[in-house]
Ligand binder design. Structure first.
Ligand code: EPU
Length: 436
C-alpha cells in the first residue's frame, strides 16, 4: 500500500546519521558471491528493498543467505540451480540488478533466466549494451515477452568489448561475466564509478585478475576458479550528498558518519561553490550552510569523475534557495526532470529546455527531451500535496518539504525504502517535524 508522510517545514536538521554500504554496490557484490562455491561475507549491509530482493532471488537459486543483527550478510552458493521461470518471474519489474546474474549463472550452470527489469522510471533504460556484450562473450540470448533466456553452450570466452557509452551496469556485466571466461576480456569506454572500483577490489580478493588502465580501459584475465570474500562495501555517497543538501537547505548541521571525501570530491566542489560548507574528518563529513547566502551555479551531470546524475535532484532543490539563475544540463538520463513540476507547484521557478544548456552537446541533442533546466532563485516554497515519482526525486521532495512554509504531504513515501535505510528514524533524529 502506498504510504504518505507529512512534513512541517522550517526546522533546521541537526545531528548525525550513519551511512551503510552503498545501494549501488552491495546488491552487485551479492551477485559476485555466485561466482564461487565458497562462503562470502559482506559487512555494513543496508536494510533496503534492493538488498532484500537480491536475498530472495539468491535463495531461489539455491544459495544459502544468512544475515545477522550486526549488519553482516553471509552468502554461500556451494551449488546453484535455476528454479522454474514462474518463481523468478515474481520479481519482474522490481529491480535492475537481476540482469547481472547472467555472467555467474552462465559460468557455473550454463543457463540463465532473467525476469523483465524494474528500477526508477527516469528514461527508457535499455539493456542493449549488456546483451551485445554477453553475445560477444559467447552467450546465446532469447528475448521472450516474460523474460530473457540465456545459454552458453560452448562456455564463456574473452572478447574485446567497446561500450557506446560508459554504462555502469554494462561494465559490471562484463566484469562479472569476464572473470571466469576463458582468456582475456577488454572493456573499452568502461565506467569507472567508485562502486565499480569497489566491485573490482572485491573480485580481486576472490582471485580475479583485473586491471584498470588509462582512457577507460579495463582488462580482465579470466581464471578457472574463484574463492570466497570478506568485504566492507563503500559507504553510500549518494545518500551522503542528499543529507548535505538537506543541511544547507534547512540551515542545519549534519554529520554524515562514514562519508568519504575521495568518492565525493566533485560534489564537494560544487557544494562549496554554491555556499555549502563541510569539515572532513576520519570518521565522516560534517555539512552545513556557510555564512553567505547560497548562490547560483551552472553544471552538467556526467559519468564519474563528473557530477553524478543521482546527486542532481537534491541539488536542484537546494538551488531553488540560491540567489540567481542556475543551469543544469542532465547528460546521463533523458527524462530525469519529471520531478520539477511538483517543486514548481510549491513555488519554485524551474524552466525545462530540450536544448543542451552546457559546455558540450550531449547524446540527447536535437531530440525532444527536456534535459536542461534553469532554476531561478531564491523562491520561498509552500507546502502542498505531492507524490514521489522515483527514488532520488523522493529525497529531493523531502528536502523541499523541510524547507517549505507550512505542511507538505508526500505520497508514495514507501518508494524511499528501495534505497534509504531507516529513513523516517533518521529524519526524526535530526529534528524533522514529520508524521507518518
Ligand atoms: N544505457 C543504454 N544501454 C544499456 C545500458 C545503459 O543505452 O545497455 C544508457 C542508459 O539508458 C543511460 C546511460 O546509459 O542513459 C547510463 O546508464 P547506466 O547503465 O550507467 O546506469 P545503470 O547501471 O542502469 C546505475 C545506477 C543508477 C545510476 C546510474 C548512473 C544501480 C542499480 N543503478 O544504473 O542509480 O543513476 O548507474 O550512475 O547501480 C539510483 O540509484 O537511483 C540510480 C538510478
Amino acid at each position: 500500500m502506498s504510504r504518505s508522510i507529512s512534513i512541517r517545514g522550517g526546522a533546521p536538521l541537526k545531528g548525525e546519521i550513519a551511512l551503510a554500504g552503498a545501494k549501488n554496490a552491495v546488491p552487485k557484490e551479492m551477485v559476485a558471491a555466485l561466482l564461487t562455491e565458497q562462503a562470502c561475507q559482506l559487512q555494513n549491509v543496508p536494510a533496503i528493498e534492493d538488498v532484500d530482493i537480491m536475498k530472495r532471488i539468491l535463495g531461489l537459486l539455491d544459495a544459502r543467505v544468512e544475515s545477522n543483527d550486526k549488519k553482516q550478510l553471509t552468502l554461500r552458493a556451494s551449488k546453484l540451480s535455476l528454479p522454474s521461470s514462474r518463481k523468478l518471474l515474481e520479481f519482474s519489474g522490481k529491480s535492475r540488478i537481476p540482469i547481472l546474474l547472467c555472467g555467474p549463472l552462465l559460468a557455473r550452470i550454463g543457463r540463465a533466466i532473467i525476469p523483465q527489469l524494474g528500477g526508477c522510471d527516469i528514461g527508457p533504460r535499455p539493456i542493449d549494451f549488456h546483451l551485445k556484450a554477453l553475445k560477444q562473450l559467447g552467450a546465446e540470448v532469447q528475448e521472450k515477452q516474460d523474460a530473457y533466456y540465456l545459454s552458453a553452450p560452448k562456455g564463456l570466452h574473452g572478447a574485446r568489448i567497446r561500450l557506446d557509452y560508459p554504462s555502469v551496469g554494462a561494465t559490471e556485466q562484463v566484469l562479472l561475466a569476464g572473470v571466469l571466461a576463458e582468456g582475456l576480456t577488454e572493456i573499452d569506454n568502461a565506467a569507472i564509478e567508485p562502486e565499480i572500483i569497489d566491485l573490482i577490489a572485491l573480485l580481486q580478493k576472490m582471485g580475479a585478475i583485473i586491471s584498470v588502465n588509462t582512457e577507460r580501459v579495463i582488462r580482465i584475465r579470466g581464471v578457472k576458479k574463484l574463492a570466497g570474500y570478506h568485504h566492507s562495501p563503500i559507504p553510500d555517497r549518494l545518500e551522503a550528498a542528499s543529507w548535505a543538501c538537506a543541511a544547507a537547505s534547512t540551515d542545519g548541521h549534519i554529520f554524515v558518519r562514514g562519508a568519504k571525501q575521495l568518492d565525493m570530491m566533485t560534489f564537494l566542489n560544487k557544494y562549496r561553490r554554491v555556499g555549502g560548507e563541510f569539515n572532513v574528518t576520519d570518521e565522516g563529513i560534517e555539512f552545513f550552510k556557510g555564512t553567505n547566502p547560497l548562490t547560483s551555479i551552472s553544471l552538467e551531470t556526467d559519468v564519474h569523475p563528473g557530477f553524478m546524475t543521482d546527486w542532481q535532484p537534491p541539488f536542484v532543490t537546494l538551488l531553488t534557495q540560491a540567489v540567481g539563475v542556475s543551469i543544469i544540463h542532465e547528460t546521463v538520463y533523458e527524462s530525469r526532470f519529471g520531478y520539477v513540476e511538483a517543486l514548481n507547484a510549491m513555488g519554485a521557478k524551474i524552466q525545462l529546455y530540450n536544448e543542451c544548456l552546457g559546455e558540450k552537446e550531449c547524446r540527447f541533442a536535437q531530440r525532444n527531451y527536456h534535459h536542461s533546466a534553469a532554476i531561478i532563485g531564491p523562491t520561498p516554497l509552500t507546502g502542498t500535496k505531492i507524490a514521489i515519482p522515483d527514488l532520488r526525486a523522493g529525497f529531493s521532495y523531502i528536502i523541499a518539504g523541510l524547507t517549505a512554509q507550512g505542511k507538505t504531504q508526500i505520497d508514495n513515501y514507501g518508494l524511499l525504502d528501495r534505497g534509504y535505510e531507516n529513513f523516517t528514524e533518521k529524519l526524526e533524529n535530526l529534528g524533522a517535524q514529520i508524521t507518518e
